[in-house]
Design a binder for this molecule. Structure first.
Ligand SMILES: [Zn+2]
Length: 278
């Protein structure tokens, strides 16, 4: 800790036509709090589909259905997995999907890390990998590996505060956990590094939990973030989703009056509409 750190976004702004970029930022900042607090086009709620770990099965078994529906999603990559099919992930990003940071190697036991070592080996390096392969102009979002929110040693609040500082230093604007009810937009705008999400098939390959969660989200006018891992012809173990169940969940979403968009895009909208004026 301690060394001065500029977010990649601010460095990018400085390097590439900073005047125009700054003007856009100012206009946007001026809009905060003045626009109607409603989802686009009268939608009743928002849904973001997120796919973790950079798994080949997502490219092979989930992306075709997303393409068929014309939807974009968020893919939280680790370098460890993504490098196997980098060209496919690049194609996905080129098509308008979000690729974002899920660390280099997906460590889940974080007690032994100092903030500095975790930042340099897992967060900073992954941001660099994503910048190098996908360009610097992308959503700065993050998904906590294993949904663990504590970094290093100490009490729960201390470990979480340490983790957040690491993310903030790298310019991460929104981070997703793997628990909690549908996001209320005003809460998401106020606490963006603690976005709730739901793993609909984590314990069993069924559609019912997803339907309950989505219907609850619509009833609240909230924002559902769904988490998927391997999408396979048949469910094998915790975390998997069968192709049939995955496609049924997406079909249910298609029948709802919701806005389905990547996490960073929805967050951007939420921040503009529900964020407090600076
Ligand atoms: Zn993961």
């Amino acid at each position: 800790m301690g060394s001065p750190h500029f977010s990649r976004r601010s460095i990018f702004t400085l390097l590439t036509g900073g005047v125009a970029a700054a003007a856009v930022g100012e206009a946007r900042a001026g809009e905060i709090g003045t626009l109607p607090r409603a989802w686009p086009d009268g939608a009743k709620a928002a849904v973001s589909l997120t796919y973790d770990d950079g798994l080949n099965s997502q490219l092979d078994n989930a992306v075709p259905e997303l393409k068929r529906l014309g939807w974009k999603a968020t893919f939280f990559l680790t370098e460890t997995n993504a490098h196997w099919r980098l060209a496919d992930w690049e194609g996905l990003a080129h098509d308008g999907n979000e690729v974002a940071n899920h660390t280099m190697t997906h460590p889940c036991a974080l007690a032994g890390y100092s903030a500095g070592r975790f930042q340099s080996t897992e967060i900073d390096r992954m941001e660099g990998y994503l910048d190098q392969n996908f360009g610097p102009d992308r959503a700065r979002t993050f998904a906590y590996p294993c949904g663990y929110l504590g970094l290093g040693r100490g009490g729960r609040h201390e470990r979480y505060a340490r983790y957040r500082r690491v993310l903030e230093r790298d310019g991460v604007v929104a981070a997703r956990t793997t628990a909690g009810g549908p996001n209320r937009p005003e809460v998401a705008a106020a606490d963006p590094l603690h976005l709730h999400a739901f793993e609909p098939t984590y314990e069993a390959d069924g559609v019912a939990p997803a339907i309950r969660y989505l219907n609850e989200t619509v009833a609240q006018g909230g924002w559902a973030i769904l988490v998927f891992h391997d999408v396979l012809p048949a469910w094998r173990t915790d975390g998997d989703t069968s192709v049939a169940t995955h496609n049924k969940i997406l079909a249910h979403i298609a029948g709802l009056d919701v806005w389905c968009a990547p996490m960073g895009q929805v967050f951007d909208y939420v921040e503009t509409r529900w964020g407090r004026p600076a």
